[in-house]
Design a protein around this ligand. Sequence first.
Ligand SMILES: CC(C)(COP(=O)(O)OP(=O)(O)OC[C@H]1O[C@@H](n2cnc3c(N)ncnc32)[C@H](O)[C@@H]1OP(=O)(O)O)[C@@H](O)C(=O)NCCC(=O)NCCS
Length: 169
Amino acid sequence: MKQKDYRIREAVIKDFPSIMALFKMNSDTFSRNEIPAAQKYIEELIKGMIGRFFVSVSKNKIVGCAGYSKEADTDGVYSFNWLAVHPDFKRHGMATELYNMIENKIKAFGGRLIIVNAGSNEVNRFFYKKMGFKACGRIPQYHSEKKDLIWYYKKVSKNKNLLKHFTIV
Ligand SMILES: CC(C)(COP(=O)(O)OP(=O)(O)OC[C@H]1O[C@@H](n2cnc3c(N)ncnc32)[C@H](O)[C@@H]1OP(=O)(O)O)[C@@H](O)C(=O)NCCC(=O)NCCS
């Protein structure tokens, strides 16, 4: 693995344009309709209205992001969402680190299930499999004529001992 040259922190509103730029850099995987949809959702995550959002920063530049939100109609189900990594930083383990940090938070809050709505490309399949997810449903041509939606889920164990490591609840 290459040497780590970024740090992860909670996103703030002024990061918003750089976060959107990151999605546009990955427009081969995010379809035309997803980027405008991300705008409203991520703004709400950053404001802490429906969840939390995090960025990876290298030399003052935002090079990765991901967030989570609680599924309101459930007891302990969280959605992991809007994961993206700058093309120059892919395969450095950044998405793994973002995911593991968020999974630990979810466990600390008593979460028992993590779900992901992801595109059907091969990289996503490999990534979520490596993170321990199972694919459980596919809707053909959901995101676009060429892009299916795949639901993934992972059962996790509550670990409230982790709470002491987090100031954000
Ligand atoms: C998917 C994505 C977030 C992965 O980010 P990343 O930081 O490069 O991923 P990591 O370095 O943590 O890789 C973890 C594992 O995922 C898998 N993986 C990641 N990129 C892969 C690729 N190009 N080909 C095959 N497997 C890949 C591998 O199993 C890898 O483990 P390994 O390096 O030990 O083999 C990144 O490619 C991306 O931003 N894609 C565009 C946006 C997107 O699709 N987001 C997900 C929407 S839900």
